[in-house]
Design a protein around this ligand. Sequence first.
Ligand code: PBG
Length: 333
Amino acid sequence: MDLTYRPRRLRRTPSLRAMVRENTLSAADFIYPMFVHEGSQDQEIGAMPGAKRWSLDSLIGEVHRAWDLGVRCIVLFPKIAEELKSEDGAECFNENGLIPKAIRRIKNELPEMTVMTDVALDPYSCDGHDGIVNEDGIVLNDETIEQLCRQAIVQAQAGADLIGPSDMMDGRVGALREALDEEGFEHVGIISYTAKYASAYYGPFREALDSAPKLDVTKLIPKDKTTYQMDPANSREAITEAQLDEQEGADILMVKPGLAYLDIICRLREESELPIAAYNVSGEYAMVKAAAEKGWIDEREVVLETLLCFKRAGADLILTYHACDAAAWLKGG
Ligand code: PBG
């Protein structure tokens, strides 16, 4: 054939392919989500093989392991004892609570590790919602934000570097920025869950924290989070959320879940100059683990490909439960 262009020329050898490769993956791109609980034994999480609810002591060991593999940021999620949960989630701003304790220990032992926190009421709410639910079954916006500001300040006091509001209340980024600044935490960043969808992919996470919305005959509790998390059918709305978060002072924008929402990552990348993070959520992790366990896919290849594709879509950072495995594989382990 008389072809002028033969794209296969640049695919012919590994060296040529490496020269023209547009995106690469590095352990420094990862944020490692970790679960912590008060107990002294680590606990397995059924739908998330390999992830654990760490005791405080083992958490420190795992943070060191992540650091040695090149991971530079972790995000903490607490499994709160049932008796500490309440309607207003007040345990979230207990300065001697699980999360502040965990942050202080990490910052004591490995101060260089960037510590991100999650800001929302669900781990602390007996109703299993990210905000306060009133007697009519409405998740209250402004009242919830007051709690979130208290939560963020306690996290910043304990040493958190990045505050991650995952609640999807309106105006929370601006309120958090103001509250942090007032308390002298102008150096603490906000990584906003900007486009967080009401997704079934969060199932295993809610099992890990026992934080799913509760059914209660005595009270109207919404069975899902669709009045505050975004509708999976929408993409323009993600741009609106991104614009608001930027105006309100977010430092990093996040899209969540990741895999089924690569188009949203791509759109935010075009709309904003801020760093974009993708959350490779618990359900995405569980599906890979399950298929790999059955021997139906090659876990290592699938994970590295998936993470790279987040970069190609426009993400700078990736929150992923595969962080340590992927970092080890990138090192050739
Ligand atoms: C809570 C929160 C959730 C996740 C992160 N923060 C669950 C939810 O909104 O119900 C999900 C993470 C995952 O599935 O990996 N605000």
